[in-house]
Design a protein around this ligand. Sequence first.
Ligand code: ADP
Ligand code: MG
Length: 469
Amino acid sequence: LWTGARSELEARVGTHNYVTWLAPLSLRAIDGGSADIACPTRFLSDWVSRHYARPILDALVHQGAEVERLSFTVAAPSPAVDTRPAELRPVDSIPRAVASPMPATAAAAAAAPAPVRAPLRDEEMTAPLDARFTFDNFVVGKPNELAHAAARRVAEGGHVTFNPLFLYGGVGLGKTHLMHAIAYERQTRDPQARILYLSAEQFMYRFVQALRERTVMDFKELFRTVDLLMVDDVQFIAGKDSTQEEFFHTFNALVDQGKQIVISADRAPGEIKDMEERIKSRLSCGLIVDLHPTDYELRLSILQSKTEQFRLTYPGLRLGQGVLEFLAHRITSNVRVLEGALQRLFAFASLMGREIDLDMTQECLTDILRASDRKVTVEEIQRKVAEHYNIRLSDLVGPKRVRTLARPRQIAMYLAKQMTSRSLPEIGRRFGGRDHTTIMHGIRKIEELRTEDRSLAEDIDLLRRSLEA
Ligand code: ADP
Ligand code: MG
């Protein structure tokens, strides 16, 4: 029944909306005319009950279910039953009734009370917010702590201290995530606030459409009566003269009314080409914060946090710290790629029914790893290690088994595995034709030792840094 309803829902609301909002749901039970739907998070259940109650109800009825109303329960989807004790689970995954069964029509009505100033309707919001992009899911580290703090401040509302907040940084560093998080947080604190989030591209599209349909007054009315305006990727309107003009006026009108504005771009205001000077200087009036490229520590924390989330979906699967460290070292481009890699690993592991180890990681991510390969070679690693321990390169790869050589050799093997995409046999060949099991043994040894031996761990870190430089 639910399978049928799902494909019908997908057809009704479109694949994108379906994937974003409805795919994580499952049907728990139908009882006394009420269908109980499980949602993995509180936010998702709120959103779905407000926006998708009708289509879900229709789809169920259409599939032959005798249902008149829906209720939502916050619970991990059934294949992902979280077996940890309740206090160890993320708050949102603790099953709890969100609302007593409520007729879908009432749910819809509750979403749109008749306040003096109605919150924006769905189509006015323009871009659907991504339910995963909350502050809770945002991992804070050195490179993004300022941006995060500023976003938090804006989300709190209250007195406008800096206007606009201008967030900038390279692709995949979390600008859009932070903006969505601001929207959620602000809306939660103040359900009546009119919050408008959209990309600069959508701003332009709507403006052009308003010109064409002669509804510019409505357009102005909409944009000038919001409490919080967020425009993502503003560099997009560079060179688009009339859109820039309109943006400038909108911007000024809101600032004059003391309304908060948040802007993002891929670079600092002054660096945006083909943007009018007066706009650039306006954009620079508030607080400008950049999201720096991620560092190793931040990538590792992000991976750890996402792994926790994945473990809810794939409860049986484990991913060792070694794999996470490997990913954090090797995938440095942007967080989106990092997430994609992790997602693929979990999916792959669950299909193969295998534990995720370093070997499988490399096999499964060959393409991603190759693309972000730092081109460190096994030979370079060997040279560096030999130099560091003051031994001859020929001894390092040679057959002698004395301890003063064996340890550096194992470290070199370990680094070769971590820093290059060479397979174990390939590494073996570069270590004087050693067997791949010997290489594996060496790597294991170092993995063991480095957790207990601090100075060894520091040595390895130092070597890695100098190789990366
Ligand atoms: P941008 O808009 O800067 O290009 P996004 O906000 O779209 O980047 O982020 C890309 C992906 O990386 C998103 O899935 C986002 O959730 C994730 N991401 C980025 N930074 C973080 C972070 N600090 N913590 C958790 N996830 C992050
Ligand atoms: Mg973005």
